[in-house]
Design a protein around this ligand. Sequence first.
Ligand code: AMP
Length: 271
Amino acid sequence: MRLILLGPPGAGKGTQAQRLVAKHGIVQLSTGDMLRAAVAAGTPVGLQAKEVMASGGLVSDEIVISIISDRLDQPDMKNGFILDGFPRTVPQAAALDDLLKKKHIKLDAVVELRVNESALLQRVETRVAEMRARGEEVRIDDTPEVLAKRLAQYRSLTEPLIHYYSERRKLLTVDGMMTIEQVTREINRILAAVAATDAKAAAKKAASKKAKPAKPGKKPAKAARKAAKGAKKASKGAKKAAKKPARPTKGKGARKASKAAKKVTKKRAKR
Ligand code: AMP
């Protein structure tokens, strides 16, 4: 399964991504996590990204696209992945389309977690309090001021992706205001429906491929012969149906109807 998780900061993308990872054995690709690791390791990318991230700005498209491109080439991607925090802009989405096309990877779905903005600040505050209680280091961009900036950025730069993926028939929207469990259940339900539809379409494609007529001179394959026979039968039935008028003019039904009509006429004539 190859997915994108879309939603504003604090929508629960990270939590749901972890659950999808556990359920499907896929890999979570969080550009935020990768960039934080680069900052912590002091790599050239980390040095470039550090200031921008601390202020709640966006790291350049060039950097994030190259990180994702490299990561998609790793062998652990074969089971699938879930992109969390990428793409964040329309140019990033277009670049991802190109990357996936080049690498012959099909995107299955984009899951949007829709949340009420006023609840987000409260959620982020809770997350910070929980991290502090666990003795974990708190993200420097998890402050009310920086969150406000990240939210504004989401609205102006990332939200257009909802339309982008909706146009491409990839978007699935889930109410992110439900409990974590309910959101997980809903995501699992819609992804199962997507998988079932895809499997059906793939089976249909495979059947039509098998049923294709063989090249002239070649004996048609068994499946093709069967399909041709079925088609002949269906067309015979269709011809018969076309010939048959909607109302019976012949046969038992027609005779019954005309008898009844005669009876009515006789009755009227007697009056
Ligand atoms: P996140 O953990 O997804 O909230 O990301 C934390 C920070 O990393 C963001 O505020 C950005 O500064 C940076 N970042 C993460 N993903 C991207 C991306 N796709 N494009 C640009 N900057 C990003």
